[in-house]
Design a protein around this ligand. Structure first.
Ligand SMILES: Cc1cc2nc3c(=O)[nH]c(=O)nc-3n(C[C@H](O)[C@H](O)[C@H](O)COP(=O)(O)OP(=O)(O)OC[C@H]3O[C@@H](n4cnc5c(N)ncnc54)[C@H](O)[C@@H]3O)c2cc1C
Length: 393
């Protein structure tokens, strides 16, 4: 017979579960470490073995030898399983009380009970924006290396879709392989519609300097079965006409709460508290790319929303009778972005001295340059500082 579990051992604690282990989850976790009551622990369900630092994928498709820095182990995110755990599994169903998994995990079996849930499943972007289907570090690095080889072998490269990924990739290729012809086809007459016109103008100018052939206001007719060796940045329209390059991951939630998923955009409708817009589930929150919020879909916005979800959950744990109106309200974030154009150029929309500006002024933007697009910070977030020794973990 097994001994009785000590009080507050993992099995005694209630779970705050997060589905998706990316920006939303990391921000929520760092907040939880400061304020989550000891009655609860955090359980992240993520299908990848490592955190994907996708911000650097466009560069890593072109430049070889540092791919291992873009996949960070989850193993040190929590000091102990009593505080939290990352379960590598695919969430396959959500019930009123549990999240079901595609595999059995020690200590849990095939489902995880939740007291509170954050739905942060994000969006699937076409490769190379995301490497969704590569669940191990080795597999994901292998895929980046295949793309590098593909680009190296090509004489002409056609990029479809002038979002951040297409723009950055076009310049990376021209910078490292100036002999290759690069064409970027974009369906609108300007890039980065959700940002200032100045950002479009600066990006277009830099692409021109690098000799990228730019075709705007046009669509590529994709042959049946797709192109061989293409790089597609496919766009989908969102509710208010904004475009994002993605395939939203809202299906799981739509089974439990059809009311909370917009049938057209597939985004998850939220209250200002970031609870899903369904009174039957006040304990389910959502944030990040999958959430129907006014913010432009960025890691920065997902981060702020993830923090807010966790703060509101902690308020509810401390005062179960609290009303939605007493929870923190989400305020949309003005859109900011930094587009890396090779090693020495960039265009950004940033807040400076209280004003939102679009700039490509090298003197200003160069202070943000980093060969690995600041991937090192993600190792700090996840508790394993990046060194030569840890990079292959
Ligand atoms: C190439 C690229 C560059 C970018 N550059 C920038 C930038 O410079 N600055 C910026 O602010 N933003 C940038 N973005 C946008 C930013 O990456 C996203 O807005 C951000 O990642 C959204 O975070 P998220 O947590 O909502 O979801 P995601 O990052 O999409 O992550 C969702 C996670 O959920 C997991 N998941 C999904 N379904 C399940 C399931 N059923 N079970 C288990 N796990 C599941 C996925 O594996 C994934 O890890 C960039 C995006 C791309 C693609």
């Amino acid at each position: 017979m097994s001994a009785t579990a000590p009080e507050n051992s993992p099995s005694q604690k209630k779970n705050v579960v997060i589905i998706g282990g990316s920006c939303v989850a990391i921000a929520a976790t760092l907040t939880a470490k400061k304020i989550l009551p000891s009655t609860h622990r955090l359980i992240i369900i993520e299908k990848h073995s490592h955190f994907h630092y996708m911000f650097a994928f466009p560069r890593a498709c072109v430049i070889t030898g540092w791919e291992n820095e873009l996949f960070v182990p989850y193993t040190k995110l929590f000091d102990s399983p009593e505080k939290g755990q990352v379960l590598q599994a695919l969430a396959t169903n959500i019930t009123k009380t549990h999240v079901e998994l595609d595999r059995s995990i020690d200590g849990f079996g095939t489902s995880v009970e939740y007291d509170y849930l954050i739905y942060g499943t994000g969006a699937r972007h076409p490769e190379p924006g995301n490497l969704n289907d590569h669940d191990t570090k080795t597999g994901a690095i292998q895929r980046l290396k295949e793309m590098q080889e593909k680009i190296k072998r090509a004489t002409k490269v056609l990029l479809i879709g002038g979002g951040a990924v297409g723009l950055e990739l076009a310049v990376e290729i021209r910078e490292h392989f100036p002999e290759k012809e690069v064409t970027l086809v974009h369906s609108r007459d300007r890039y980065m519609l959700s940002y200032k016109l100045g950002l479009h103008q600066r990006a277009a100018d830099i692409l021109k300097e690098f000799g990228v052939r730019q075709v705007t206001s046009d669509r590529v007719i994709i042959p049946e079965g797709g192109f061989v060796d293409d790089f597609k940045m496919i766009k989908v329209a969102t509710r208010d006409g904004k475009e994002i390059e993605s395939d939203l991951q809202s299906d799981l939630l739509s089974k439990l709460s059809p009311a909370s998923v917009d049938p057209k955009s597939r985004l998850v409708k939220t209250k200002t508290s970031l609870q899903i817009d369904d009174d039957a589930f006040p304990n389910i929150f959502t944030a990040g790319d999958v959430a129907d919020l006014e913010d432009v879909k960025t890691g920065g916005a997902a981060w702020r929303q993830g923090e807010r979800c966790m703060r509101n959950i902690c308020k509810m744990i401390e005062n179960p009778k609290i009303q939605t109106a007493q929870l923190e309200r989400h305020v949309p974030m003005p859109p900011q972005i930094f587009l890396y154009f090779g090693v020495a150029r960039a265009a950004a929309q940033i807040k400076l001295l209280g004003f939102m500006i679009a700039t490509s002024w090298t003197f200003l933007v160069k202070r943000f340059f980093s060969y690995n697009v600041h991937a090192t910070r993600s190792w700090d977030w996840l508790g394993t500082p990046l060194t030569k020794e840890t990079a292959d973990n």
